[in-house]
Write a protein that binds this ligand. Structure first.
Ligand SMILES: *Cc1c(COP(=O)(O)O)cnc(C)c1O
Length: 340
């Protein structure tokens, strides 16, 4: 049976074209700064966002954790939405790596507003309080069902940060999905954030890798932290080549994943098992099953039919579209969902 794997956009296999550039990549020792392909990827990604420098890392968890570490001191407080990956899915890393506490905000599907942020800032002169120093946004929001920010909402948050001496970091694991869906420009994001983490191994289809972007000074600090975290890699150009290929060939096609997600959303809205579907904005579909339906059992039932997916929370199931889910697989998914 050919599986239709909707568990995550991390499950993609490198394409033929991608593998070819990987074999041909010019390599060197990246800890010595001598891997031309890694250097090219870091510069290319930085330029795309109009930022000064980039740092290639093995994972998006590492780029986020390095960013949090470089922007905070132990005892500081990080402000983010309660659904954030940095809080939910990075193993308590904010406390473990940075010794910082977290102020969780209740946003709309993972998106927070400037007023939430300003209300959450501690008084610096009150010795009882942790020092608020960093705000982390996530775009698109994973647990928010691939929801995207409006640029003006981010700009308003940036103003609050500026006025209060807070640093602004973006977890942009799926930022390219947002850029494509909202027709926003990478350059605008580069202007708004002090640092940005992008993942090459999600919708972009690389096997491995994320890039942290920021000023030259910050990225110099980040490079040291990457070594301390054990993320200094040697002939890493072999995977960076895949990242360069992905940035060139796999960004615009994300629109196809978004169309596929919309088709599945429309089918789910007419399914008798389904209570609600979070409005689809990008490549993630999260739906809630009716009270009398057991989500785990439904996932097993789908597996028997060849569809792989995960539950997300008690009554919720998540589908993620990506470049290994073809149009005919989407059609098959729709037909199966109509029968279940
Ligand atoms: C996947 C993801 C990351 C990074 O995950 P890694 O598996 O460590 O690369 C970070 N943030 C969000 C929102 C993600 O979905």
């Amino acid at each position: 049976m050919e599986w239709i794997d909707l568990r995550s956009d991390t499950v993609t296999q490198p394409t033929k074209g991608m593998k070819e550039v990987m074999w041909q990549a010019e390599l060197g020792d990246d800890v010595f700064g001598e891997d031309a392909t890694v250097n090219n990827l870091e510069e290319t990604a930085a330029k795309l966002f109009g930022m000064e420098a980039g740092l290639f890392c093995p994972s998006g968890t590492m780029t986020n954790q390095i960013a949090i570490k470089m922007h905070t001191q132990p005892g500081d407080e990080v402000i983010c939405d309660e659904l954030s990956h940095v809080y939910q899915y990075e193993g308590g890393g904010i406390a473990f790596n940075s010794g910082a506490s977290v102020r969780l905000l209740q946003g709309d599907r993972g998106r927070i507003k400037a007023t939430h942020v300003s209300d959450a800032i501690n008084n610096r002169d009150d010795v009882h309080k942790a020092i608020s120093s960093l705000v982390v946004l996530e775009n698109t929001s994973n647990r928010g069902g691939g929801s995207c920010y409006e640029l003006e909402d981010i700009a308003a948050i940036k103003d609050v940060c500026k006025a209060n001496n807070l640093i602004l970091h973006l977890d942009g694991a799926r930022l390219f999905n947002a850029l494509v869906a909202k027709q926003q420009s990478a350059m605008d994001y580069g202007q708004l954030f002090d640092s940005i983490s992008i993942c090459l191994s999600k919708g972009l289809g690389s096997p491995i890798g994320s890039v942290l972007l920021g000023t030259k000074e910050k990225i110099k600090k980040a490079r040291r932290l990457r070594k301390v975290f054990g993320g200094g890699m040697r002939q890493a150009g072999i995977i960076a080549a895949a990242g360069l290929y992905a940035l060139e060939h796999h960004v615009e096609r994300l629109a196809t994943d978004h169309e596929h997600a919309k088709l599945i959303e429309a089918t789910l809205l007419n399914n008798h098992n389904v209570e609600t579907v979070l409005p689809v904005e990008t490549n993630i579909v999260i739906f809630r099953v009716k009270e009398n339906i057991n989500a785990d059992e439904l996932v097993l039932k789908l597996k028997e039919k060849g569809i792989l997916c995960f539950t997300m929370g008690k009554q919720q199931i998540r589908f993620v579209l990506h470049l290994d889910v073809t149009e005919s697989m989407v059609q098959r998914t729709i037909e199966l969902l109509q029968k279940i």
